[in-house]
Write a protein that binds this ligand. Structure first.
Ligand SMILES: *Cc1c(COP(=O)(O)O)cnc(C)c1O
Length: 408
């Protein structure tokens, strides 16, 4: 399509998105307020930005960063660390911290994220199954609701841990709103009051003005190279929640006798604090891009999740293509429109932890950071691309303009 025709489409789409943009701006305002309050209450100053070496005893930056995160998320306690390799590592720590031999884990929003398959069910690799933890799941219904009946049956055995994934991940469903998570938590509490309820919060942080921990989740877990890192955190993950749970998980994170007393990081914590401070606004930019993408792909005739005109509850826009070729070329186009490595062409590969080849556009400053504009898809039917992030709304708009020109 000609540039001028494409520009006209994007302007029309932007106009159509005004209402959603206004709501997103209100959400960002509420979140910025909560983040600022946490910084003020914890009296953040330059001394918190310095790193330590060796054992990291009395690492005040590390400890205070965790307190700020816990406050922002309305939690009693937290672990926030560049020493946690990624989101999967954090989720795995939480599961192994809370579950013992003979315990039961259930997942109630369908299959957890692909990288947890082996953590839960792998054979002879030190998985939860190898440990002797049993697992069952309730899938979401076709209409995108919880399967309340099935959940009720699963709760009869009073499972130790109930797992909820907030984001859509690699499933064709909408992300769960915090309200909906609150409803299901109330339901679980009635039927199995002693279960630990943990939420995979990846991609969900700051998309609404509350987090699952504000509506009763015991533990929430996420990656710092996604939403709460604000695009600046170079690595790491967080686990926040009730003190009782965080203490158990902390002993798995380091060692049973050590907990959160150790762990140093010489480069210091500046980008983690600054990233968290920017996160409400960065997430808003990404969400504005997400909303605009919904209208754009709708105009181009592709099915998306969530649909054009609905509020996003995570930073991912799923787009359904008809062939593997379309999927791969879309991802390659996103790479081409990135600030870093715009000249390389991504190809599908067997990524560790994934069962099918994955193709990924990640022309990002922080390797693999998906709060930065990126796209990926698992090369299997149905050929769905996951389009996410955007540090600035203008970058999202520029990329979409180019995509209309090429695909329109
Ligand atoms: C990204 C993600 C994970 C795992 O994160 P990694 O940092 O890639 O290991 C888990 N769950 C969801 C929903 C995610 O989006």
């Amino acid at each position: 399509m000609e540039y001028l025709a494409a520009k006209k489409i994007i302007d029309e789409c932007e106009n159509a998105a005004k209402k959603e943009f206004e709501k997103l701006s209100e959400i960002a305002f509420d979140n910025q307020k909560r983040v600022l309050e946490a910084f003020r209450n914890n009296k953040i100053s330059a001394m918190h930005f310095h790193g330590t070496t060796g054992y990291g005893y009395d690492d005040v930056g590390r400890d205070t960063l965790a307190k700020v995160f816990a406050d922002v998320f309305g939690c009693e306690s937290g672990i926030v660390s560049p020493l946690i390799a990624n989101g999967t590592h954090a989720l795995s720590l939480a599961l192994f911290g809370l579950l013992k031999r003979g315990d039961e884990l259930i997942s109630i929003a369908g299959k957890p994220y692909d990288t947890l398959d082996e953590v839960i069910n792998g054979e002879n690799i030190g998985s939860l199954r190898d440990l002797g933890v049993t697992y069952s799941q309730a899938d979401m219904t076709k209409e995108g609701d919880f399967d309340w009946e099935k959940i009720k049956i699963l709760l009869q055995s009073q499972p130790k841990v109930v797992f909820i994934q907030r984001s859509k991940g690699y499933l064709w469903r909408d992300a769960l709103s915090v309200e909906k998570i609150g409803q299901v938590i109330a339901f679980i509490r009635q039927l199995s009051p002693f279960s630990y309820i943990i939420v995979d919060n990846c991609y969900g942080e700051f998309t609404q003005n509350k987090e699952p921990s504000h509506v009763g989740a015991d533990v929430i877990i996420g990656s710092l190279i996604k939403n709460p890192g604000g695009g600046l955190a170079p690595t790491g993950a967080y686990i926040c929640g009730k003190k009782e749970c965080i203490d158990l998980i902390a002993r798995r994170f380091t060692a049973p006798s050590l907990g959160l007393e150790v762990g140093s990081y010489l480069p210091g914590y500046l980008p983690f604090f600054q990233g968290l401070f920017l996160a409400p606004s960065t997430v808003k930019n990404a969400l504005m891009g997400n909303v605009l993408a919904g209208y754009v792909f709708d105009r181009l005739g592709f099915e998306t999740m969530p649909k054009a005109g609905s509020m996003p509850y995570d930073i991912i826009k799923s787009i359904r293509f008809e062939t593997d070729k379309q999927l791969i070329s879309f991802v390659q186009l996103v790479q081409k429109l990135s600030p870093v490595d715009s000249y390389v062409t991504p190809e599908p590969w067997d990524m560790p932890g994934y069962t099918h080849p994955v193709v990924m556009a990640a022309g990002t400053f922080i390797q693999g950071a998906s709060l930065e504009l990126s796209a990926d898809g698992t090369v299997r039917e149905p050929y769905v691309a996951y389009f996410q992030g955007g540090l600035t709304y203008e970058h999202c708009k520029l990329a979409l303009l180019e995509i209309i020109t090429k695909l329109g």
